[in-house]
Design a protein. Structure first.
Length: 291
């Protein structure tokens, strides 16, 4: 059994299509088919069933898939160690960042890192704070960046930046004039909010609690999965939202949205790492460019 055979098997299992798997691995279809056939013949099992013109994993294939994926993951980790020894002439760093950080704070820092280490690949995924923390805890990424509270106490957290939330409304909204907002008005909204699990949503709910309001009791017209979608809904009229100042600034500066009289404390941007996992030189070099 070779790593190449495992790579082919996993690629076919993930796509259930021999041709697409071969194209993804830059192989001919015949070479991919031969690799799978060699595995099946060597161990006397059938890994795929041919149903009509398609492929499905056999029971043996389903049982073998997580083992093959685990071996490939260990091989990738070993290759990463060797890349470190090469002095960052090659390598990769995987990052998972919450939306505000990924869209507004991280890009110029990634540009600086790319200029300093052009041969190192940066793989960036974007999600909410809960998703980022889960990925770091599971070892799926090297580094995580969040702006919300993290419940997993096993993760190492380092402050790397900050921003502040702002309540924004359309130009015709009653709060657009900047007058103080009574708690009863805050509860009515209506609000358009980020989804549960996002740092922005958590920070907003904490701010309500500090003012004696139960977040479950406010009027929420919609929950949307991105800052851009939230801002577009507010601009359409009649709604209020709490979003990062960094995200809202272009629309506030253009005069299409107004900032309401609701103040938030500064919130930290935090770097998440798992203290027991290998820290690649590529990841450490990227951290060095964050200041």
């Amino acid at each position: 059994m070779t790593l190449e055979q495992l790579r082919v098997f996993v690629a076919v299992a993930e796509r259930l299509h021999m041709t697409r798997a071969a194209e993804a691995l830059n192989l001919t279809q015949s070479a991919a088919s031969a690799a799978v056939a060699a595995l099946e013949a060597r161990h006397g099992v059938r890994l795929f069933d041919r149903v009509g013109r398609g492929l499905v994993l056999s029971p043996e294939g389903r049982a073998f898939l997580p083992e093959a994926q685990a071996v490939l993951a260990r091989a990738a980790a070993a290759a990463q160690v060797l890349d470190d020894l090469a002095g960052l002439r090659r390598g990769a760093v995987a990052i998972y960042a919450s939306q505000t950080i990924a869209s507004y704070w991280l890009p110029p820092r990634l540009v600086r890192f790319r200029q300093a280490h052009p041969a190192v690949e940066v793989r960036l995924s974007v999600g909410n704070t809960a998703q980022v923390a889960a990925a770091v805890a599971a070892g799926e990424v090297d580094l995580g960046f969040v702006e919300g509270p993290v419940e997993d106490a096993t993760l190492e957290r380092t402050r790397v930046g900050a921003d502040r939330l702002a309540v924004v409304v359309g130009v015709d909204h009653p709060w657009a004039a900047g007058a103080a907002i009574a708690p009863a008005e805050l509860a009515k909204g209506p609000w358009v909010l980020r989804e549960p699990g996002s740092g922005t949503r958590s920070e907003f709910e904490q701010a309500l609690r500090r003012r004696g309001l139960d977040p479950a009791g406010i009027e929420v017209a919609a929950e949307l999965p991105s800052n851009e979608a939230v801002l577009a809904a507010v601009r359409a009229g009649g709604l209020a939202a709490a979003v990062s100042e960094l995200a809202a600034e272009p629309m506030l500066g253009a005069g299409v949205l107004r900032r309401a009289a609701f103040e938030f404390p500064e919130r930290a941007f935090e770097l998440l790492r798992h203290p027991q996992r290998h820290r690649s030189r590529a990841a450490e070099a990227l951290i060095g460019t964050l200041g």
